[in-house]
Design a protein around this ligand. Structure first.
Ligand code: DC
Length: 223
């Protein structure tokens, strides 16, 4: 049976940074499920489909094929045969992903892909509903969070380092809105699974968080 580690948490908690580090240390495959919702959202944006228009979203879903491939350790998301990794990291796509991931028709397509990947290999998968819905039997479940202020500051520093001019308050507002929507939707809302370990990274750097989760993993393997 494959070993599955689920990491859930709100936007900007550092899930992907940590999951990538751990995947490397443990020799697991990293699966970024947010990127899959982003690829679908990118398609909707490209085709002028509004997030509120559930019927149009459902129709579009029939024309969308999302798969993943790996270049070295880097996950690549393939949308209808085209690698879209380079275009899905914008705030616009992230917000659209949050707004359209509320629909069961969007989720069911991607959940199937995610479960197939986890059945085949040892994976660290991050997202919003991994421990609660996608991999309820994952051997390790982590709920990784940090205060909204800390998450906004990290995002601000990341963008500024890339030379993108941005406003800290606006980023924080966006994060709070996105958290609210992800936590209050009807289908698979973001919440801590009952058997997940809570890790608050507000006062920790990435290396400390990775070490803390590694300890949880080692302890779980001993019992
Ligand atoms: O992790 P991210 O910022 O790339 O995710 C973008 C959006 O996709 C997020 O706001 C909600 C949605 N999402 C989801 O509903 N379920 C997941 N497992 C992953 C992401």
């Amino acid at each position: 049976m494959s070993m599955n580690i689920a990491i859930d948490g709100p936007a900007g908690a550092g899930k992907s940074t940590i999951a990538k580090k751990l995947a490397k240390k443990l020799g697991f495959i990293y699966v970024d499920t947010g990127a899959m919702y982003r690829a679908m959202a990118y398609y909707f944006l490209q085709h002028g489909i509004l997030a509120e228009d559930e019927k149009a979203v459902a129709e579009a879903c029939q024309k969308v094929d999302v798969t993943i491939a790996y270049e070295g350790e880097e996950q690549q998301v393939i949308l209808n045969g085209e690698n879209v990794n380079g275009v899905i990291r914008t705030e616009e796509v992230g917000n659209m992903a949050s707004a359209t991931s509320i629909y069961p028709v969007v989720r069911s397509k991607l959940v199937e892909l995610q479960q197939g990947l986890a059945a085949k290999a040892d994976v660290i998968m991050d997202g919003r509903d991994i421990g609660t819905c996608v991999l309820p039997n994952a051997q390790i479940k982590i709920y990784l969070t940090a205060s909204a202020a800390v998450r906004a500051k990290r995002r601000y520093d990341e963008l500024t380092a890339k030379g993108v001019s941005c406003d800290l308050e606006e980023i924080q507002r966006d994060i709070v809105d996105r958290d609210y929507r992800d936590m209050h939707r009807e289908t698979s809302p973001l919440k801590q699974a009952e058997d997940a370990v809570l890790v608050d990274s507000s006062e920790m750097d990435a290396e400390e968080v990775a070490d803390a989760i590694l300890e949880i993993y080692k302890k779980a393997k001993r019992v």
